[in-house]
Ligand binder design. Structure first.
Ligand code: EPU
Length: 432
């Protein structure tokens, strides 16, 4: 198994290019099932989650081709009606197949996803939404069985105790575009990835209004056609590199960082004292060398609030910032698996309910640490960049789910980061 070794202390410089957004790609790939015509998807990041979604679509009967490393073509002339457990359990996001499968085939059986390390991730809102479209739903032997023979438009409220649901909104949207009548989604998620899905569906002939707001109206059409869609840039990848500039006190340029989609995050970093310039709509220059960071309080919220997917990386930054910061998770109140590992590197962070209380400013020292999930992996690598000595991050398959060539991109900026085999780890620190 691979590990990432970071030798901390290097300053970074240069430009990093951000790829397409993973969390937009997954529902966009699923949306290709809504038409028998070919769909071309560009700016697709080269990630294990994307390859995995491509495998699922192929197993469901679609013809899936990778035209180049970042362009895929999907043609779903036939679609199977069952997505089995052995596929779905590997990636939670495969739950977003429910909407397109039932819309296209009027019948679907999708295995329920299992647990998730970042906390409970129910799909009650997805099911509530589908039931409002008059979809029959039964849960049997670990599967959601959907009967879409009587689908018709309806009004759906998708707000839950942690806000709206991103994948749930995608599911209802994808079901509604081929459902007769008018569907209204209230308390819809308005994440940029949902907007990107709407743009793609509209380019396929869907009739959607209110895009970007919390109230979407969809007028069902009989069929959709093929399209050619370019996926938007990954705001979470961009934010992660911005923090890399902050924690290494370096000046770097992040190309593909769309300030418009990072407003709450950039506002908070500005409050924390990070200097940066928005060079254009797609480029941010981080001036970490000029910045003296100060503690801040952060609360994660659904978009346009501070993104939960940048919480772990922000904890790393605040652990390195002198003073008391409090980071509160409102989307996944248990998403703090990175905290004990940061503690092993010398950070002083305690968890109080849904909050991390960070007494920042202690020097970090390199240590062997274990990645528990995607964003935790990034947070630990960022900590390694600023720590004294060597950090070895194990279980980095989590990282490869959502960051294309993270190690190589950091190395190109001047970091001492290498991907090695775990056999190259000093024997006394390897636990695998
Ligand atoms: N929720 C419910 N009921 C539901 C659905 C969600 O209570 O039926 C709750 C969840 O438990 C959570 C909150 O609502 O507390 C938000 O969940 P949401 O459904 O919005 O999350 P998701 O669609 O499953 C996507 C991203 C996550 C990201 C969240 C929040 C994808 C594939 N995943 O998940 O990305 O954290 O939205 O922005 O789009 C990541 O990239 O690291 C990642 C975990």
């Amino acid at each position: 198994m691979d590990v990432v070794r970071i030798r901390g202390g290097n300053s970074l410089s240069g430009t990093v290019e951000i790829g397409g957004a993973k969390n937009a790609c997954l529902p966009i790939f699923a949306a290709a099932l809504l038409t028998a015509e070919p769909v071309t998807i560009r700016n697709v990041p080269d990630l294990s989650d994307v390859r995995f979604m491509a495998d699922i679509l192929e197993r469901l009967g679609a013809k899936v081709e990778r035209l180049d490393p970042h362009t895929w073509r999907i043609e779903a002339q036939t679609v199977a009606t069952r997505a089995p457990y052995d596929l779905v359990r590997k990636m939670r996001a495969s739950v977003c197949l429910m909407g397109p499968m039932v819309a296209r085939m009027r019948k679907a059986e999708v295995s329920l996803p299992g647990g998730c390390v970042i906390g409970p991730r129910p799909i009650d809102l997805h099911l509530k939404g589908l039931s409002k479209l008059n979809c029959g739903i039964t849960i049997d032997s670990g599967y959601v069985k959907l009967d879409g023979s009587q689908l018709r438009g309806g009004t759906v409220f998708l707000g839950g105790r942690h806000g709206s649901t991103v994948t749930g909104t995608a599911n209802i949207l994808m079901a509604a575009v081929l459902t007769p009548g008018v569907t209204r989604i209230d308390s819809a998620a308005c994440e940029p990835e949902v907007i990107d899905l709407c743009k793609m569906l509209i380019s396929m002939g869907a009739n959607i209004s209110g895009v970007g707001s919390h109230a979407l109206t969809i007028e069902g059409v009989d069929q959709l056609h093929g399209t050619d869609h370019k996926v938007l840039s990954d705001r979470i990848e961009a934010g992660t590199y911005i923090i890399a500039g902050a924690v290494t006190q370096s000046d770097i340029t992040v190309k593909g960082a769309q300030a418009e989609n990072l407003a709450a995050f950039l506002d908070k970093l500005s409050e924390a004292g990070l200097a940066f310039d928005i060079l254009d709509e797609d480029t941010i220059h981080v001036r970490g060398a000029d910045s003296v960071l100060r503690p801040v309080d952060v609360i994660t919220l659904p978009h346009p609030g501070f993104p939960t997917d940048l919480q772990a990386q922000t904890c790393t930054m605040l652990a390195l910032t002198s003073g008391l910061s409090i980071v509160t998770e409102r989307v996944y109140p248990n998403r703090f698996m990175h905290v004990p590992e940061l503690g092993r590197m010398g950070a002083d962070i305690s968890i109080e309910g849904p909050s991390a209380v960070i007494k920042g400013g202690l020097p970090l020292s390199g240590a062997p640490v274990m990645a528990s999930d995607l964003r935790a992996s990034a947070a630990l690598i960022l900590a390694g960049l600023a720590a004294k000595g060597e950090t070895w991050v194990q279980r980095i398959y989590h990282l490869d789910r959502g960051y294309e060539k993270f190690d190589e991109k950091l190395a190109a900026l001047g970091a001492d980061v290498a991907r090695l085999s775990d056999t190259e780890m000093p024997k006394d620190i390897s636990v695998e």
